[in-house]
Design a protein around this ligand. Structure first.
Ligand code: EPU
Length: 338
């Protein structure tokens, strides 16, 4: 997902789609579109109200047509990947959600000029599929991503990572569909990557990185001892299971780690918040930087809990924690009037 904005402030309610627009969408996407879709189905935290429409383009042509139509009609849009770093408010999302994981996926392999394995993965490909693909072939550098429940596009947009590495370290180029309709390939060296963030350079005078859609990434890897790779993979998964809750509904770590000093998890833990609950949302007793949807939580429960964490950590340690998850949508549902 391209959007990096994290704010508790509710955006201005924009508009709903009218019946003509819904019909146009059906025809543009050969019926690969659904309306009034609860966003809890598209997020690992499993909260969030309905999106006006979820569009599921299956190739670059369909995505291009959809994006051109969205620009022309000035319809708000949001790209979702695996929805693993996304919190949608209870009122849902006005406009079109573009979901790439259902159809827009695939991996192709070749060799680069230096004879190293080169992979091209479409944005909707699961990062786990990409990881497994490299491990099965004895290609190193991608193991860090084992267990990160993202899509390739989402992982690039957030520069997903773990202690060992991050997406920026394995990337060659990102291909982006720009609002002008052009498909641009951007080299790693021209992209500004940071801790859990990525910013594309200005193209055609458009500088806002939220204006384009990542369609694929190219990765350059190296050949390594495949047995060592398998062993490393097992260790990473074991370590993750030991440290983090698994098999629960969450958005991973909720807050970014502060630039210096103890991690967000340690601060929340030391503030005595493990097990703290609001409605159906709870701070994981396993890892304090995970907010879990334990039982039918609403987005409002999660947000109230997150605010409580921020206030308590600021009070105890003078540190302002910033959400890592992207927060989107409206607090209240705006009924249709078409
Ligand atoms: N800690 C506590 N209490 C807790 C949790 C952690 O005291 O409840 C302490 C740990 O003992 C350790 C320190 O905090 O000394 C750091 O904890 P951990 O090793 O679990 O790493 P983290 O900084 O909390 C980061 C990423 C994770 C990534 C892990 C492993 C962030 C916000 N989190 O977690 O990424 O999986 O390293 O590499 O950068 C995510 O981004 O969603 C995510 C889960």
């Amino acid at each position: 997902m391209m959007s990096c904005a994290v704010s508790y402030d509710e955006p201005t309610v924009a508009r709903c789609l009218n019946t003509d627009e819904e019909n146009e969408l059906r025809s543009l996407l050969d019926d690969r579109v659904q309306f009034d879709v609860p966003m809890r189905r598209y997020t690992t935290l499993a909260v969030g109200g309905p999106a006006d429409a979820v569009a599921m383009p299956h190739n670059i042509e369909a995505l291009g047509k959809l994006f051109a139509w969205i620009q022309e009609r000035k319809i708000p849009w949001l790209v979702v990947g695996a929805g693993s770093n996304l919190l949608v408010r209870d009122g849902g999302i006005r406009g079109v959600v573009i979901a790439l994981t259902p159809y827009f996926k695939g991996i192709t392999a070749s060799e680069d000029d230096a004879g190293r394995p080169k992979l091209v993965a479409k944005a909707g490909t699961r990062l786990q599929s990409l990881c497994r693909y490299t491990i099965d072939r004895g290609w190193g550098d991608m193991t860090f991503a084992l267990g990160i429940p993202a899509s390739v596009g989402g992982a690039l947009a957030m520069n997903a990572g773990a202690a060992q590495s991050c997406m920026a370290n394995v990337l060659g180029t990102i291909t982006v569909l720009w609002p002008t309709g052009q498909v641009r390939r951007i080299h790693r060296r021209d992209i500004d990557f940071g801790y859990r963030r990525m910013c594309l350079p200005a193209i055609d005078g458009v500088s806002d990185s939220q204006s384009g859609i990542i369609v694929e990434g190219t990765f350059h890897l190296k050949r390594v001892d495949s047995q060592l790779l398998v062993k490393k993979g097992i260790e990473i998964k074991k370590d993750r299971k030991l440290r983090q809750p698994t098999g629960v509904s969450s958005a991973g770590c909720f807050f970014k780690n502060p630039v210096t000093g103890p991690s967000a998890g340690e601060l929340i833990d030391k503030a005595g918040l493990k097990g703290k609950q609001v409605g159906g949302a709870i701070i994981s007793p396993h890892h304090a930087n995970f907010i879990i949807n334990r039982k039918n939580a609403r987005a409002a429960d999660v947000l109230a809990l997150a605010k409580c964490v921020q206030a308590r950590v600021a009070d105890h340690f003078g540190v302002r924690l910033e959400p890592e998850v992207v927060i989107a949508g409206d607090s209240h549902y705006a009924p249709k009037s078409v």
